[in-house]
Design a protein around this ligand. Structure first.
Ligand code: 13P
Length: 261
């Protein structure tokens, strides 16, 4: 499948790490390390409290702001929640939905994930829809069945015309924060499978334009091999996105794959 129809994206997911006061030095450090090349979209998905300082620090930079979750509700009596409109008002361009940690700790179901993605699109932002199997599901040979269900359920909430703004992140749960990465072939097999689910549900044009990311212990050492795979268009990076040098190396791996270096 030809990669020219979609953009490469390297997104950092800080999860619940770093303090708002640490945002400025991080952003300045990362900006200094980034190449001028615009062959890849760089995103930092930070806690809600960090969006405002990040916005100040990223002024005139090519790094985009992302959030890690969103409410399905537009506004009203939902204590503790953050709406899509609040995020877009803060210059947020990307929102992670359905991360396995939100599915596990907050009870997000596939249908809630679909509604969150729709809420994000409604306000003109791009949802990063996370899917992934547990170790048990992989060992029982249920990986693709499970992922297909997750993708179909989420995409059933997305108007066809807006599919191109969606990003899917394949994050095998057993690879998250464990240092155990899926092999490039394992990750490719699932990402290719996700693209064929989109093809069968929404057609070939939609399938070739949706960016699919891999996430799960991606780091400076394994990024290039993973990013070389035909259906892996980028990465969603946890731990390794907290260190400017490591994260910059992963971003630079996109250029190496493109043969620009
Ligand atoms: P790690 O890169 O720390 O394994 O986390 C991956 C992840 O969950 C990104 O969303």
């Amino acid at each position: 499948m030809n990669k020219k129809y979609r953009k490469a994206i390297i997104a950092g997911n800080w999860k619940m790490n770093l303090l708002p006061t640490e945002v400025k030095p991080f952003a300045e450090g990362l900006r200094a390390l980034l190449p001028k090349a615009k062959n890849c979209e760089v995103v930092l998905c930070v806690p809600f409290t960090h969006i405002s300082p990040l916005r100040r620090s990223l002024k005139d930079s090519r790094i985009a702001i992302g959030a890690q979750d969103v409410s399905i509700h537009e506004k009203g009596a939902y204590t503790g929640e953050i709406s899509a409109e609040m995020l877009s008002d803060m210059n947020t361009h990307y929102v992670i939905v359905g991360h396995s940690e939100c599915r596990q700790y907050h009870g997000d179901t596939d249908f809630i994930v679909g509604q969150k993605a729709a809420a994000v699109l409604e306000k003109g932002m791009c949802p990063i829809i996370c899917v992934g199997e547990s170790l048990e599901q992989r060992e029982r040979g249920l990986t693709m069945e499970h992922i297909s269900y997750q993708v179909r359920a989420a995409l059933s909430y997305i108007p066809v015309g807006k599919l191109r703004q969606c990003i899917i992140a394949y994050e095998p749960i057993w690879a998250i924060g464990t240092g155990k990465t899926a092999t490039p072939e394992e990750a490719q097999e699932v990402c290719e499978g996700i693209r064929s689910v989109i093809r069968s549900q929404n057609g070939a044009r939609a399938a070739r334009s949706v960016s699919i990311l891999y996430g799960g212990s991606m780091n400076a050492k394994n990024a290039k091999e993973l990013l070389s795979m035909p259906d892996i268009d980028g990465g969603l990076i946890g731990g390794a996105s907290l260190k400017t040098e490591e994260f910059a190396k992963i971003i630079n791996a996109v250029s190496e794959v493109d043969g620009e270096d």
